[in-house]
Design a protein around this ligand. Structure first.
Ligand SMILES: [Zn+2]
Ligand SMILES: [Zn+2]
Length: 94
């Protein structure tokens, strides 16, 4: 399996005929799982939102991407996905 980071977007474009860096629609965003970070989870392990580089606190809503399980604050990742449509950490398509 070839990681998307190893091949240029242009090559992906040729292979699929789609635009891989297109952002997600609101409908697609709603289908992604999100959950509230519990206080005890936040206390036991610091979960860093790599978009804004702040820790996700207990009671905040986070979204985990189903393919790679990377977790971000809901508001941060939604803004990102609307523009990019892929994980900000590993660039996997969502
Ligand atoms: Zn954030
Ligand atoms: Zn990821």
């Amino acid at each position: 399996m070839v990681s998307i980071a190893d091949i240029g977007y242009d090559e992906v474009d040729d292979a699929t005929g789609e635009v891989p860096c297109r952002g997600l629609s609101g409908e697609s965003l709603k289908k992604l799982p999100c959950h509230i970070i519990l206080d005890e989870v936040a206390a036991a392990q610091s979960i860093c939102c790599t978009i804004c580089l702040q820790d996700i606190e207990g009671g905040e809503i986070a979204r985990s991407l189903p393919r790679c399980q990377h977790t971000f604050q809901l508001s941060c990742v939604d803004k990102w996905l609307i523009r990019h449509g892929s994980c900000p950490v590993c660039r996997q398509d969502v």
